[in-house]
Design a protein around this ligand. Structure first.
Ligand code: HEM
Length: 428
């Protein structure tokens, strides 16, 4: 696979600009050619907004801003009409929050229409909110079950997991991303207030990524995770619409119900890092565990982060250990191409555990058109990797991300509601 920065360099940076020229203003392409996991550059402007309308939801191939939250909730809706009402209300709120504006003033004897935590004018601040549905919603509602996407399932326990049930699953996931965490918190509170009759929170995890100003030559770097390594280096090129169509977006090639075309699968994992233990581990061991140099992010047979490792010249693992994280995650064989996915993680720091250790880790988020060939296959290959001594997945879930909202007349989940309505009710 061509490294994404190589590809951009080869195109003279024109790839992103060309992509946008064809379909201006759509949510899934980035004018600056930045990548999903590039570090935010620090030029964030509260007036910047990400288009809400498009064939796909924003917040997936959109370059990741500095802050994110994943919130998982359960849905209180018993009929297709209630589900439609919930989706329409959610869509209205998201269209407003992502565009920004002045919330209506109400009679002071009533609670104010807005929490006010961003002041009287709400800036868009690059906010995106990406909505997914969990298997539990389909399984609980008999009229929804026939429409469940084929690969949607409840996240199971992998051998190294210690899943806390209070941090797992949910009928709906909401991924908030914005320049400032306050913007995400504001949006979360708005949705929880506006949809109080429909949504009950299960768990919330906040995360962020360090801001790194661009290099003098204009190039940008991947952000580092809390183990000190660059994270996102080998992500597929999120500005290559064809590649994203192959890897991320569900379409007619995926053997899925047509209502979900334009959507994708989201895997979320809250992965605790044992940072005290890691900080006492020799550098050479840390690097062997990942298969990359810590300072530069380069693979062992390369010089820079964007160099692509060539495992065919190292079949015995003399240069890059066979059990290195990057080699297991992507052995770069013709067969492993089908396991590619887009990673969009955030670092988290939750204070201290009851055992007096730092509670830090990775809010790991991936997007793929096929959950089984993507996250599940890669995690299965990673089972038993040396990194496991330093990490412990404690929560998360699998969700199917709804197709995008095409315009102001459309609403999130419309294709699902229409599929339900067009299915004859089975005789009782
Ligand atoms: C706390 C847990 C994890 C940490 C700290 C971590 C860290 C890293 C680092 C530093 C890299 C190399 C740079 C890069 O290409 O991004 C990497 C690559 C990668 N990781 Fe992870 N990772 C974690 C968990 C996972 C999990 C759970 C999966 C999937 C199940 C995964 C899949 C990948 C993939 C696919 C690559 C790219 C490999 C390549 O194409 O060369 N990682 N990870």
């Amino acid at each position: 696979m061509t490294g994404r920065r190589q590809l951009l360099a080869g195109l003279g940076g024109a790839g992103g600009a060309l992509a946008v020229a064809g379909r201006p203003g759509w949510a899934d392409e980035d004018a600056a050619g930045r990548q999903v996991a590039d570090a935010p550059t620090g030029h964030a402007d509260a007036a910047e907004s990400v288009p809400f309308y498009g064939p796909h939801q924003a917040g997936i191939v959109t370059p990741r801003p500095a802050n994110g939250i994943v919130a998982a909730c359960d849905v209180v809706a018993g009929t297709p009409d209630e589900l439609e009402r919930m989706f329409r209300t959610l869509t209205q709120r998201l269209a407003f929050l992502t565009r920004g504006g002045i919330p209506p003033e109400l009679d002071p004897r009533l609670p104010p229409s807005d929490s006010g935590i961003l002041g009287p004018v709400i800036p868009p601040d690059n906010l995106t909110v990406t909505v997914g549905l969990g298997a539990s919603l389909f399984e609980r509602l008999p009229w929804l079950l026939p429409h469940m996407p084929r690969r949607l399932q409840r996240m199971t326990q992998f051998p190294n997991d210690a899943l806390d049930r209070e941090l797992c699953h949910g009928d709906m996931s909401l991924q908030f991303c914005a320049n400032l965490q306050d913007t995400n918190i504001h949006a979360l509170r708005d949705i929880m207030k506006t949809l109080a009759g429909f949504l009950v929170l299960r768990w919330v995890q906040e995360g962020d990524v360090p801001v790194i100003p661009p290099n003098p030559d204009g190039t940008t770097e991947s952000a580092r995770n809390f183990l000190g390594f660059r994270d996102g280096s080998a992500n597929p090129d999120s500005n290559d619409a064809g590649l994203m169509a192959d890897i991320v977006w569900i379409d007619g090639r995926n053997d899925e119900p047509s209502w979900v075309h334009g959507g994708t699968y989201q895997a979320v994992r809250i992965i605790r890092n044992f940072v005290e233990r890691w900080d006492r581990t020799p550098l050479s061991e840390q690097e062997a565990i990942f298969g990359r140099r810590k300072a530069s992010g380069a693979p062992f047979d390369g010089e820079t982060e964007s160099d692509v490792p060539d495992y065919t010249r190292d079949p015995a693992g003399t240069v890059t250990p066979l059990d290195a994280h990057i080699r297991l995650a992507n052995p770069r064989t013709p067969q492993s191409r089908e396991n590619l996915m887009l990673r969009r993680p955030f670092n988290y720091s939750n204070g201290v555990t009851r055992a007096g250790q730092l509670d830090q880790g990775l809010l790991f988020i991936t997007y793929q058109a096929d959950l089984e060939k993507g996250f599940i296959a890669v995690q299965t290959r990673l089972n038993g990797e040396p990194l496991e001594e330093y990490i412990k997945p404690v929560g998360g879930g699998y969700f199917v991300v709804l197709p995008g909202v095409r315009d102001a007349g459309d609403y999130l989940g419309r294709s699902l509601v229409e599929a339900v309505r067009s299915t004859p009710t089975p005789p009782t």
